[in-house]
Design a protein around this ligand. Structure first.
Ligand SMILES: [Zn+2]
Length: 459
C-alpha cells in the first residue's frame, strides 16, 4: 500500500494540477499529511492497525489543542473507535452534533492494481472509503481549534473501526455510550456526496437520509430422498422450485418517503422522455399504480419503489442417481426503511404457502428509520456545496447498502450522510480494484466541514 500511495502523492505534490495557493495553505498541507499517513496504515480486517491509526489521529487533535480528557481511543476487540469532543460554550442550549467516519477499509491486493501515474487521481485503498472523510474531519477539528473557533454546542468526532465487517465498534458507539446518545443528530462523511458528469460538471449533491435494510435467508425443502429409479411424488427440488416461483411472482406493496418522492421528481425532470414523465407522475401521486409498475420494471429504479427480495443462490441434491434429500435457495431482501423484517418474512411465507419450507436467517438484520431531511441541514449542505458548485441541487437520498448510519438511526439519532467528495460515479471503485479520488476533489473539499459546522454550531 505504501508503494501505491507515497510515490503517487509525492509526484502529485509537485505537479501543476493544483493551484499553489490551495496546495500551500496550512490546512491543505495538514489534511494531505493526515490523509497520506492514514492511507499508508493498512486498516483492513485482521491486520490490527486500527488502534494505531486511532491513536495517531487522537494525538494530532490533542496536539492542536483538544484537551487530552476529551479525546478517547476505545478498544473494541481487535479494533478501536475514536471519540473526540470539541467543546462549545453551550450558548445555543443545543445537544451535540456527532461527526461520523470509519477508520477500517476493505482488503486490497496491491499487486492486482493498475495505477497510472497521472496527476488526476489519488490511487489507494481507502482514498475514498472512508479515509477521505476521516482526514477531512480530523483536519477540520485541528483547523477550527487553531483558528480559536468556539462552537455554540459540542461537536463530537465518532470514528468506528470495523464498519466494513462486523460493525461491533459501531454498535458500541451507537448503543452503549450515553455521552453520544444525547446528541441531537449525526452527520456521516461515509455517505452522500456530489456527482460529476463526464465533462466534470456538478450534476447534483445527495444527502443520505435512509438506508434499506439488508436481510438474507436460506430456504430449504427437505425430503426422505431415495433411489432415482423410484421417484416419489414429493421431491425437495420440486418443492423448492415451486417456492421460488412464488417468490418470483410476489410483489411487495409500493412504498415511498419524502426522499424517494424528491428523488423521482428530480430524476424525472432531468431524464425527460417517457420514463421521466412516469417518474413525475409517480412523484405527484405515488398511488398511481401504473406509474409504480412501470418504474418497478427498471432495475435501476425498482429499489426506490418498494421492498425487493430476489433468489441469489441455489444448491440441491447429492448424486445424479439419488433423489434429493434437501434443496436450498438463498434469498436476499432490501427492505424499505421502517418496515419490520418480521413483516417481510411473514409475506414471503404467506406467498410460498408451504409450511414445510424452512427459513433460516443468515445474519441479524438492522432496521433503521428514515431521517427526514431538515431544512437547516439542507441549508448547511447548500452553503458548503455552493461555494464550489453554485446552484447545484441538494437532494435527499436512500442508499441500498449499509453504513454506520443505520445503527445511529436505529438508536434514535437522526443521521444524514454528507460527504464532501464530488466525483464521477464511473470513477467510484470503493471496495474494488483501483480505488481513487480526484485530486481536485480532495482540495475542493477542504472547507466543506468547517462551513457545515459553522452553519449548524455558531450564531
Ligand atoms: Zn464506507
Amino acid at each position: 500500500m505504501i508503494r501505491i500511495s507515497l510515490s503517487v502523492v509525492i509526484a502529485l505534490l509537485f505537479s501543476t494540477a493544483v493551484s499553489a495557493q490551495d496546495r500551500d495553505s496550512e490546512h491543505a498541507t495538514k489534511t494531505l499529511e493526515i490523509y497520506t499517513h492514514i492511507i499508508e496504515m493498512e486498516t483492513a480486517k485482521n491486520l490490527g492497525n486500527v488502534p494505531a491509526m486511532a491513536r495517531y489521529l487522537a494525538d494530532e487533535m490533542i496536539g492542536a489543542g483538544l484537551p487530552q480528557e476529551d479525546v478517547e481511543v476505545l478498544a473494541v476487540g481487535e479494533t478501536a473507535a475514536l471519540i473526540a469532543r470539541y467543546r462549545g460554550d453551550g450558548s445555543s442550549g443545543k445537544a451535540p452534533i456527532l461527526l461520523l467516519a470509519h477508520m477500517d477499509v476493505v482488503e486490497a491486493r496491491p499487486e492486482d492494481w493498475e495505477r497510472p501515474l497521472d496527476d488526476t487521481f489519488f490511487f489507494a485503498r481507502g482514498t475514498d472509503d472512508n479515509k477521505f472523510g476521516v482526514a477531512q474531519l480530523t483536519s477540520t477539528f485541528i483547523r477550527l481549534k487553531k483558528e480559536g473557533f468556539v462552537p455554540n454546542r459540542d461537536l463530537i468526532i465518532v470514528f468506528s473501526g470495523d464498519e466494513e465487517s462486523s460493525m461491533a465498534s459501531t454498535e458500541v458507539l451507537a448503543y452503549e455510550r450515553p455521552d453520544l446518545a444525547e446528541a441531537e443528530f449525526a452527520l456521516n462523511s461515509d455517505a452522500g456526496g456530489g456527482s460529476l458528469s463526464d465533462d466534470g460538471k456538478a450534476v447534483g449533491y445527495r444527502i443520505q437520509t435512509s438506508e434499506k435494510t439488508y436481510a438474507t435467508w436460506e430456504l430449504t425443502a427437505h425430503n426422505p430422498g431415495g433411489h432415482s429409479s423410484r421417484p416419489r411424488l414429493d421431491n425437495a427440488i420440486y418443492d423448492l422450485a415451486n417456492a421460488i416461483s412464488k417468490i418470483q411472482a410476489h410483489k411487495f406493496p409500493v412504498r415511498w418517503s419524502d426522499t424517494t418522492i424528491e428523488y423521482f421528481e428530480e430524476t424525472g425532470r432531468q431524464l425527460g422522455g417517457e420514463l421521466g414523465e412516469t417518474m413525475l407522475q409517480f412523484a405527484s401521486d405515488p398511488e398511481n399504480e401504473a406509474a409504480a409498475e412501470r418504474l418497478s420494471s427498471e432495475g435501476s429504479y425498482v429499489g426506490n419503489t418498494r421492498t425487493t427480495c430476489v433468489v441469489t443462490m441455489l444448491r440441491a441434491g447429492h448424486a445424479e442417481n439419488a433423489l434429493p434429500q434437501s434443496a436450498t435457495a438463498t434469498i436476499n431482501c432490501r427492505i424499505f426503511p421502517g418496515i419490520p423484517v418480521a413483516d417481510v418474512l411473514g409475506s414471503l411465507k404467506k406467498a410460498i404457502g408451504n409450511e414445510a419450507i424452512e427459513f433460516e436467517e443468515i445474519w441479524p438484520p438492522t432496521v433503521s428509520p428514515v431521517s427526514d431531511l431538515r431544512e437547516d441541514i439542507r441549508a448547511a449542505a447548500s452553503e458548503a456545496v455552493h461555494v464550489r458548485y453554485p446552484g447545484v441541487r441538494i437532494l435527499g437520498h436512500m442508499s441500498s447498502g449499509g453504513t454506520d448510519g443505520m445503527h445511529f438511526r436505529n438508536a434514535g439519532i437522526p443521521t444524514w450522510g454528507m460527504s464532501g467528495l464530488f466525483m464521477n460515479p464511473d470513477n467510484n471503485f470503493a471496495h474494488g480494484l483501483n480505488e481513487r479520488v480526484p485530486i481536485k476533489a480532495f482540495y475542493g473539499a477542504l472547507d466543506h466541514w468547517s462551513i457545515i459546522i459553522k452553519s449548524l454550531a455558531s450564531d
